[in-house]
Design a protein around this ligand. Structure first.
Ligand code: GLN
Length: 480
């Protein structure tokens, strides 16, 4: 069931939130041993919230998110509930406050059913970097669900919850959405508050919804978007009602297809599916232009892997064993305690990023690496600006391949990094993008990415909605 379907049943008293919640908890207990999507299941809290929601609904509350089960990625602070970032460093960390997105959701009386597994500190594309366990793709349990919001995407695709929140620094909402055949939005940088999101790369991180369709995506964005004085990078722009743009009409919209996103090494089935999806958009009234060029795209990956690790190396300096999190205690020597805390607390990918970032920022190397990457970033932004003077949105695949096998890329970081080649330029430019289901190859999902102008979430939701009205891909569910 989608949010809007469940809401209808709750509103008309054909179903109670307690029943809905119990059904999802039962589903979790049944399939979690196979998919491992969750770090924490909040049974008690969920049932308590469901009861409260039922009381509110009985007294006339008609909020679309009230009483609906949701999963929160485990890097968003939840007061009184462990928030681990799937890291040993924060294995027992219980935040004393809620992230702004959680606080905003709570204002709508949701049912928080659990915290979702992820790549440690959101660094990864497969959820294999979780310090606890890898998550399995529900379409083929031997494959990865994508990452880093793998647990959130799997939870939604397999019916553990009705929707989820993820975070996206270089593709972490959209890529797992594509790999699991759900809808995933990365809003414009500054659209959604990052307060209480454990920082990975602060100039790139954004929180976004993972849902079963575009209508649900708009409903969740309505709840979480907007200015927050506690996040100085959140933008004081008014937020519209995002459901208003879901008209199904694409007449007159100009869509560009950038050629650099149809990369060498791309799987033919992916290309075929995206071409068919673009033909569908044309049929629906959009004007398509092929062969648009964003020439700096091939440098985006290199720029990202300088900028993101640089910011991470600074952000992760706070894990010193003193303030919170894991703390090595078996020594009287302060330096040894600090070193051992970080040695045992962080996994290999996190250490790799800290080393890359520290190197790129160090005296004598700063100009050659960090400064240069920032210049490339400006070029990439300018090229998007130029493209958006001609087009309302750009269409690309979400990933160059279908989900790969668990273990296939763990020993080759560069191969792993390449799976985000279509998503990370969007974070570099700070613009919004959505991934929606656009087909299957041998039973494995393929995602289409729709990229919009800054703060034009409405346009990409409108296009995605029209596509879903005309197709059935988003309605397929995996058999587990
Ligand atoms: N896979 C990319 C990385 O490892 C993006 C992760 C993300 O968006 N959080 O950095």
């Amino acid at each position: 069931m989608t949010i809007h379907e469940a809401h209808q049943l709750l509103k008309t008293k054909q179903l109670s939130s307690v029943e809905l919640t119990k059904a999802h908890l039962a589903r979790i207990h049944e399939i979690e041993p196979k998919i491992s999507a969750l770090v924490t299941v909040t049974d008690e809290l969920a049932l308590k919230q469901a009861q409260e929601a039922d009381e509110l609904i009985a007294t006339g509350n008609t909020n679309p998110l009230t009483g609906i089960p949701v999963l929160i990625k485990d890097n968003m602070c939840t007061k009184g509930i462990k928030t681990t970032c799937s890291s040993k460093m924060l294995e027992n960390f219980v935040p004393p406050y809620d992230a702004t997105v959680v606080e905003r959701l709570n204002g709508h009386h949701p049912v928080i059913i659990g915290k979702a597994n992820m790549d440690e500190f959101a660094m990864g594309s497969s959820t294999e970097n979780s310090a606890f366990f890898p998550t399995h793709n529900p379409w083929d349990l031997s494959r990865v669900p994508g990452g880093s919001s793998g647990g959130s995407a799997v939870g939604v695709a397999s019916g553990e919850a009705i929707y989820a929140l993820g975070s996206d620094t270089g593709g972490s909402v959209r890529q797992p959405a594509g790999f699991c055949s759900v809808t995933g939005l990365k809003p414009t940088y500054g659209r959604v508050s990052r307060y209480g999101l454990v920082a990975f790369a602060s100039s790139l991180d954004q929180i976004g919804p993972l849902t079963q369709d575009v209508t649900d995506c708009a409903l969740v964005l309505n709840a979480i978007a907007g200015y927050d004085p506690r996040d100085s990078t959140s933008v004081p722009e008014p937020t519209p009602d995002y459901t208003q743009c879901l008209t199904g009409n694409l007449n007159g919209l100009r869509l560009g297809v950038p050629k650099e996103y149809f990369v060498e090494g791309m799987q033919t089935e992916v290309e075929t599916a995206i071409r068919a999806a673009i033909a569908k958009l044309k049929e629906l009234g959009a004007k398509i232009e092929w062969g648009v060029s964003l020439p700096s795209t091939p440098y985006a990956l290199a720029a990202y892997y300088i900028i993101a690790p640089s910011e991470a190396s600074a952000n992760l300096a706070r894990y010193d064993g003193v303030k919170y999190g894991f703390s090595y205690q078996e020594t009287d020597n302060m330096w040894e305690a600090l070193e051992k805390t970080r040695q045992y607390g962080f996994g290999p990918e996190v250490k790799r990023r800290i080393m890359l970032g520290t190197y790129a920022l160090s005296a004598g190397y700063y100009d050659a690496w960090y400064l240069k990457a920032q210049k490339v970033r400006t070029l990439i932004r300018q090229e998007f600006d130029q493209a958006f003077s001609k087009f309302d949105a750009l269409i690309t695949p979400t990933s160059p391949t279908v989900p790969f096998k668990i273990g296939e890329k763990v020993d080759d970081p560069l191969q792993m990094y390449l799976s985000d080649i279509c998503t990370l330029p969007i974070n570099i430019a700070g613009v919004p993008a959505i991934s929606i289901p656009a087909g299957f190859a041998d039973g494995l999902p393929i995602g289409m990415q729709i990229i919009g102008k800054p703060f034009a979430e409405e346009t990409i939701l409108k296009i995605a909605y029209a596509y879903q009205q005309a197709t059935e891909w988003h309605k397929r569910r995996p058999e587990i």
